[in-house]
Design a binder for this molecule. Structure first.
Ligand SMILES: [Zn+2]
Length: 186
């Protein structure tokens, strides 16, 4: 379910689309006509991990995804933690692995979900034990990895480049099949 912000979180008055002068000039946003609260609708930070164990990369499949779709470990950043702490927490919660090192790959847009993806490469150790949120995982050699045309896929591509591998993206047909859960015959 996608929730829609309708009421002031401070005084519970119904928000209205109101114009107000900001640094960039007049801007119309959802604002409270009573207390002046503005719903900024800033993007939410999401942490993503390219998890490397013994030279291989772990991609996992979310319980809500088709059988053909594997991707990075992701999760929302929480209040009171640094991005590095958050990524280590997510990797531990979702895979039971311990993060030994954590290096920033980059920040990527995910406009459709109003999120910004902060991607890290992590070196991890331990035994994989998936959380109920994840159904399956696969380990890939670097030259087996295929990238997908979305924020986390571009992060994977940038990281592969940094490791001397020219990234290979799924073709449009392959990506559509991957998202639809269709196994293509090669
Ligand atoms: Zn208000």
């Amino acid at each position: 379910m996608r929730y829609e912000v309708r009421y002031c979180s401070h005084c519970a008055t119904e928000l209205q689309w109101l114009s107000q002068v900001e640094d960039s000039g007049d801007v119309t946003r959802l604002r409270c006509p009573v207390c002046g609260f503005t719903h900024w609708n800033n993007p939410t930070p999401v942490l993503a991990a390219i998890v490397e164990i013994d030279g291989k990369v772990l991609l996992a499949r979310n319980a809500a995804w088709p059988e053909t779709m594997f991707a990075l470990i992701t999760g929302f950043m929480e209040a009171g933690e640094s991005p590095q702490q958050g990524v280590a927490r997510e990797v531990k919660e979702e895979t039971n692995l311990d993060v030994q090192s954590c290096t920033l790959v980059g920040a990527y847009e995910f406009l459709r979900m109003n999120q910004v993806i902060i991607a890290y490469h992590v070196q991890a150790t331990g035994q994989v034990r998936l959380s109920p949120e994840l159904l399956d995982y696969r380990m890939y050699d670097l030259d087996q990895l295929r990238c997908w045309p979305a924020g986390t896929g571009y992060a994977l591509a940038d990281w592969l480049r940094s490791r001397g591998h020219e990234p290979v993206f799924f073709t449009e047909e392959e990506n559509a099949a991957r998202r639809a859960g269709v196994v293509l015959k090669s």
